[in-house]
Ligand binder design. Structure first.
Ligand code: CA
Ligand code: CA
Length: 405
């Protein structure tokens, strides 16, 4: 179907091997705006798309949405794009739009570079044939801030600044397949007095498909919580890539004084330090289709204190993973499932876009039993933490003056 004008609908369902060609697709009200696209089908917008909609593919990731940009600069998880590839802009335009889209859609490409096949025909015009180019394209993600509480399984002060890292990833693609991934990691703050290390575990990436791993500017010279090599021993199903053994040393070059770095301003025992930039680079034997946040189990670890945790004598460390990676603790990580009841249903790690993390000892939310959020960092955190569909923008609404940056 082809229309030279704007195409406005509330609900759109397209069959297999069909095409909708239009000037712009307008679904610009909140609510149940959605489009369902069949297999090997595509929507081709001649202009920018208004983004107030959700698009669902057929389950085989062989549907295509081609747009020349997005009209709003604000996307959130109400606009999901499942099982579709979005082509947006060319190599030199709409770079920021593609970055935003990668947060909502697993497959984003520049126009003409996706691998989706739409056969030519009565309902599909010329269809879409994947290009055969050999050039390498680079797609960069947005920046996410990974924040940790260091004292799992005990809740601690809940200021979520014990370790703070800004993380993104760059995908190097040929023929829309990923041949290499770069993960820049910036150690931003150390609001802790324990020795804490960090590593990146690559979830659902076969070790046998990794051609090489390099870590630029890591710091494994001080401390020994991780082996001083690029990956840990073969105890784990997935590659574990150590970044640093001791965050104080990594950010300041010394660990004699366990100052807290970049979580308090103007105090003698708290110090400002330049963040440390590290980069992990992974090359693949066979190019892969997808790499994203759900492959990146970036976790912290501190040494286990002998005898302190009953039944954990064979473990060497206590690990803190993001909630979604809780089941991926490594073979060396202590297991505290029985102790977690002590802390209740808590989270010890979060990853949030460009997060303004709280000052030292400012809890991210006021612990239960108190009746005000006045001294907390993020009044809406708890609402989100107890139901991930509530208060999704909690991290954009800090209490004034409660965050370090
Ligand atoms: Ca803390
Ligand atoms: Ca802290």
């Amino acid at each position: 179907m082809e229309t030279p004008g704007d195409f406005s609908v509330t609900k759109l369902t397209m069959g297999n091997q069909t095409m909708l060609k239009c000037n712009s697709l307008n679904m610009n009200q909140w609510g149940n705006m959605s489009a369902i696209i069949g297999q090997n089908s595509m929507i081709d917008c001649a202009t920018k798309m208004k983004t107030h909609l959700a698009i669902q593919g057929s389950g085989f990731n062989n549907s295509l949405v081609r747009i020349r940009g997005i009209q709003t600069d604000y996307l959130d998880s109400r606009h999901y794009y499942n099982d579709v590839t979005i082509e947006c802009g060319d190599a030199t335009t709409e770079i920021d739009a593609r970055k935003q889209l990668t947060q909502l859609c697993k497959s984003v490409a520049i126009i003409g570079e996706s691998s989706v096949i739409v056969p030519a025909g009565n309902c599909t015009g010329n269809g879409n044939s994947p290009g055969t180019g050999g050039d390498t394209d680079v797609e960069s993600s947005a920046t996410y801030t990974y924040c940790y509480e260091d004292y799992y399984p005990i809740p601690g002060d809940y200021d979520f600044n014990d370790i703070v890292m800004d993380v993104s990833y760059n995908l190097f693609k040929q023929n829309n397949k990923i041949i290499k991934v770069e993960v820049p990691v910036k150690l931003v703050a150390v609001g802790a007095t324990y020795s804490i290390g960090a590593a990146l575990q690559l979830i659902n990436i076969l070790k046998s498909n990794i051609k090489s791993i390099t870590v630029t500017n890591g710091d494994l010279n001080f401390g020994n919580i991780f082996a001083t090599q690029v990956t840990e021993s073969d105890k784990n199903s997935f590659a574990v890539i150590p970044l640093y053994n001791d965050a104080h040393h990594a950010i300041s070059g010394q660990a004699a004084n366990r100052y807290m770095y970049n979580t308090v301003k103007g105090h003698e025992n708290y110090t400002d330090a330049s963040p440390r930039d590290m980069t992990v680079t992974i090359e693949f034997v066979t190019p892969i289709d997808y790499f994203g946040l759900d492959n990146m189990d970036l976790f912290i670890a501190r040494p286990i204190i002998n005898g302190y945790y009953e039944g954990q004598q064979d473990k060497t460390r206590v690990e803190v993973h993001l909630r979604e990676f809780w089941g991926y603790r490594t073979a060396n990580g202590a297991n505290f499932e029985n102790n977690e009841a002590i802390a209740g249903n808590r989270t010890w790690a979060i990853a949030v876009p460009n997060f303004k993390y709280p000052y030292e000892r400012v809890p991210i939310f006021k612990i239960a039993g108190t009746d005000t959020n006045a001294n907390s960092g993020y009044p809406y955190f708890q609402q989100w933490a107890s139901d991930r569909n509530q208060a999704k923008d909690w991290y954009l609404r800090p209490n004034p003056g409660s965050t370090y940056r």
